[in-house]
Design a protein. Structure first.
Length: 309
């Protein structure tokens, strides 16, 4: 188990380092000059050059990359070019909103997917199964940038049930969570159906039925409990994906999280903040995936021993 843990942590560290270098280079290759954004197009060349030197943007790219990696090793992501505030401080302000939205979307997905997947597995081949398949197809096909405005038009502007945008209480969380959680609910419901159908054919399920246990207890206690292992993997992977998908949803609903901060920073060519946002999302994704691997290896010895790979 120690070797398995060490190998997964080293793999995660290599991925984070690669992402850090790639993000830094891609951000600096984006067209646009942050000095021009800050000073405006009418600024004098001398003022532009002075600000470029003050921000360290006149140095060679490799020198800037080395300084960035040195700061990253010390958990220092630099200072915002636009607001002159530490990037860590900006991320700390916006992170709670993104975490709140991601967890709410995950809860919505679980509440929809598990009953729907179980119903589709138990009623296999019926209209309920076909309806669940149609929902899964619709949920995966509809993009967030279309679903979000549609929900706003119907439930905010039309019915007036929820706020249009912003973060002001639980009511403002409902529509963003539905928008972000619908695609995950569609994927998860099909996974629940497939995993449960595989388990329901096992001998211990037939034994439980022969003992006279109720159908509900057999399905929810014996069936679904033993089908959770692959579902944990999917949940772990999708939780990281929720943070990436939150970028579009946060912009649509003006949700003050990491996603909206990323878009604002890109528009301002604020390199340090964009790097910090993308790194945070990437690091969260890698951390969740690594934790999922460790849980899977702990639960199934064949994974950490490399059997079947």
């Amino acid at each position: 188990m120690g070797y398995f843990l060490l190998s997964r942590l080293l793999s995660a560290a290599v991925v984070v380092l690669g992402v850090a270098c790639l993000v830094f280079l891609l951000i600096h290759f984006i067209p646009g000059d942050p000095v021009e954004v800050i000073l405006g197009e009418g600024a004098r060349p001398a003022d532009r050059e002075a600000l470029r030197q003050a921000l360290g943007l006149d140095r060679p790219l490799l020198v800037q990359l080395r300084q960035f990696l040195q700061g990253l090793a010390q958990l220092d992501l630099g200072t915002s070019l636009y607001s002159q505030r530490p990037v860590m401080e900006l991320l700390a302000e916006r992170l709670p909103a993104t975490v709140e939205l991601a967890l709410a979307a995950l809860l919505v997905a679980i509440l929809i997917a598990f009953p729907l997947g179980v119903l589709a597995a138990v009623r296999r081949g019926t209209i309920w199964d076909r309806a669940a398949s149609a929902f899964a197809l619709l949920g995966v096909s509809v993009p967030n940038f279309w679903l979000g405005p549609m929900l706003i038009l119907v439930f905010s502007i039309g019915l007036g049930w929820f706020p249009v945008s912003g973060r002001a209480g639980l009511s403002s969380l409902v529509l963003p969570a539905l928008t972000l959680g619908s695609a995950l609910a569609a994927i998860l419901s099909r996974m629940v159906r497939a995993a449960l159908l595989e388990v329901l054919g096992e001998d211990y399920i037939r034994t439980a039925k022969a003992k006279g246990l109720s159908a509900r207890r057999v399905i929810w206690w014996h069936g679904l409990r033993n089908a959770l292992l692959p579902l944990i993997t999917v949940l772990g992977l999708q939780l990281g994906a929720l943070l990436g998908g939150a970028v579009i949803t946060e912009v649509v609903f003006s949700w003050p999280g990491i996603g909206q901060l990323t878009i604002e920073s890109i528009q301002r060519r604020d390199y340090p903040v964009v790097q910090g946002c993308v790194l945070l999302i990437s690091l969260t994704y890698v951390a969740v995936n690594t934790l999922t691997d460790l849980i899977y290896g702990w639960a199934d010895p064949r994974v950490r021993l490399g059997i079947g790979e």
